[in-house]
Design a protein around this ligand. Sequence first.
Ligand SMILES: [Fe+2]
Ligand SMILES: [Fe+2]
Length: 302
Amino acid sequence: MRIAAVSDIHVLHDGSDEPLLAKIKERVEELNPDVFVIAGDISDQLDILSDSLARLNVKNCVNLFVAGNHDIWFEEGDGTSSLEKYSRVIGEICRKNGFRHLPDAPFELESYAFVGSTGWYDYSFKREDLGIPLDNYERKEYRGAVWYDLLRIDWPMTDLEATDLFNQRLEYDFSTLSDNVEHIIYVSHHLPFQNLTVYKNKLPWDFYGAFMGATSTGQIIRRDRRVRLAISGHSHVRQMINTDGIVSLTAPLGYGRPNPEHLEKFVKDAVVAIELEDSTVKIDDFVSGDLSTGLPYASFRN
Ligand SMILES: [Fe+2]
Ligand SMILES: [Fe+2]
């Protein structure tokens, strides 16, 4: 099983990312995977999400998408809510563009199954030693720094309820897999393991760490002995860890944009090539860290 994975492309609104998208598609075609995975955060605008997926769709392989928090930010104008986006609209957009929205249903290929969820956060990744009151996490604000989901996620659930809902759905999806499934690949946007989160001993960065993922989701994954690999996004600092035999990684591209002559290398570093042979995961040339370090942000994006 060959997998190509990337996340957090954060496509610009002005069309200037077309060469980037073309280069990502070209790189994935070169890798010739069985499955191409995008682990969320393409755009908060549905038309840009749709156009980007159309450009990224790779023939002769299965294209999978899992919505990120930015993808489900509600739209100011047309009123598409976060829950509507996550549970219906993004699935429709994926189908239209040759992708499967993995949270809608797991995807099985022989003895392998891909199970997906955006995941969420319950502040279990918070740094206790900072002594920030729980109330600040619930309000998503600390000394003027705001976690933007506060303003752009409009579902009527607390973060703990959302985490619980997605956890229950994940357990349900695991329970419905065919008997011949021996190996599970979990694809999420938010992180299942705290070790994937990078803290920098500075604020508000470390406050934001609490919004990266949920320990309870990782526990569910660990409990199912069939899970071999977890692919996530959300954190823009790339990491790969091994937790109880599960290889877990983040594959963000991020906000930075290189000069055109460096685009090929940038994309090569961003797209992770994974080889899965039964329970053995092989990943060559994984690039960790923040690919955007030292690069200009093409424009302000949330
Ligand atoms: Fe992101
Ligand atoms: Fe995100």
